[in-house]
Design a protein around this ligand. Sequence first.
Ligand SMILES: Nc1ncnc2c1ncn2[C@@H]1O[C@H](COP(=O)(O)OP(=O)(O)OP(=O)(O)O)[C@@H](O)[C@H]1O
Length: 560
Amino acid sequence: MSLLDLLWPLYRREAPRLLVALGLGLVTLFAGIALLGISGWFLTAAALTTAGMAFNLFGPSSLIRGLSLLRILARYGERIAGHDATLALLAGLRGDVFARLLARIPLGRLPDEAGGAMAHGDLVSRLTADIDQLESLFVVGVGPLVNGLLAALALGVALALLLPSALLPVLFALALAIIGVPLLLLLLARRPARAVARLGALLRGAVIEAIESRDDLRAFGRTALAQARFEQAAVELGRARRRLALSGALAGAAMQALTAGALLAVLLLGTRALSSGAITGPLLVGLLLGTLASFEAVAAILRGVARFGPAAAAAERLAGLLDAPAAIVAEPHPLSLPNSLDIAFEAVHFAYEPGRPALSGLTLKIGCGERVALTGPSGSGKSTLFALILRLHDPDSGRVLLGGIDLKCADPDEIHAAVAVLEQDAPLFMGSVRDNLLIGNPRCGDAALWAMLEAVQMADLVAALPGGLDAFVGETGHTLSAGQARRLCLARTLLSPAPILLLDEPTASIDPALEQAIFEALPRLTAGRTLVVATHAPPAMLKDFNRKLHLCAQGALEIA
Ligand SMILES: Nc1ncnc2c1ncn2[C@@H]1O[C@H](COP(=O)(O)OP(=O)(O)OP(=O)(O)O)[C@@H](O)[C@H]1O
């Protein structure tokens, strides 16, 4: 999908407001040109007219007042309509891109300049700064372009009627101003604009990385390294911005020179026409000021084009993101899952990267309602097995089935309703204890939440927090210890009504006494449901499980 495919429906939705903004922009522009032209003509005519001669002051002066008022009102309306529509457009675009991004996670390699998998900061950049850049596509792009073209047309018509001798040189200057200089600017700005977008993302990435790893950086005495990386990116960004500004300045100077050239042509050829009596003095002054105002409108195209470079670079980066293949493609006519959901792996091969299999030829079956402990050395594929049951990835070969249905044929929403997971690095979200628990089951009342907190030995702690269930646990749960955050995430998963529960290292960071208590509580908390726990806990703690599966590189070996 190209960015235009994404933008087009949004533009269509906002078309009425965008058209109003465009119309009001035109009124503003022509009121401005007429104001300048008529003022010049009026002042000159008034100066040339002797006091005793009849001169209608009232008509032109009220016209000037009227035009000034019209210009102010039209500009005000244009700003409101244009920005309103643009903000709605950006909000819609951000929502659409975010939804598409979620469908593509985990992202593979993208065709970005760095050539590697995308960093966290880069993704944030694409969703925020890059989308903001697209604002210029309408507000400083389309609007000024239409205005500039119409202003040039109006000037051409006025010259053709009133001063035909100046038409050709002014048209030449206009052609250069509308086509030549913007093209030159596009060419000059292309590379620095891309560099600015890329380095801006790098800088944001450096900040995010440094903040996330601040404690380790401090502990290892490597803060200077993070500082140096940030400064290096900032210096390079500064250089790219300077190159971008320089190309804009060069194009601006060229535009000024063209304006001066056109004014000179109108002045010289107009003076000649004045002496031959073809036009009057006030008309010449009016034409000169009209030329000035028209070139000002044309120069606005350049400002739009100057912003177009960064907007095009941002659009390229967004398109790169949107064109990434979806991690999972849903079946258009999925099969419904049955009530009895046994899990089966049939000769499953899966590798995150070619040549490095995470699961090779895995075959296993877990019956409905079974409690299974999954053990195995680090890297043997326990988390990968969970990811395949959730259909976060598809196997390279073989099949994963739920209730006899190949997951590739099932509805992803049904799979996710049937399977709840506690991931190894499950996050706590910004919000209260209650908000975090209700993610597992929004229908739970306070009594059920407290009962589950009791089961994971967190009730006393939460009761002691200011606000209890309403206590704020902060971004990534930083107000809790690692073990406490882990138990809150475990409670969240156990609250889910899903008939299959997958717990990946549920007792990581938890002391042995609590670990023992949690393993003892699991059969009661998960009664009647399928439970698979990936764990490195000692065998003595796993006595309540129906089966233990030991995973090794070649597949699953069952231990009695
Ligand atoms: N996102 C990923 N990209 C590339 N390789 C990965 C990714 N996640 C896991 N792997 C690789 O797949 C293999 C299986 O990893 P997995 O996390 O499933 O093992 P695990 O048994 O859960 O390990 P642990 O007990 O340490 O959690 C490992 O060799 C690992 O390096």
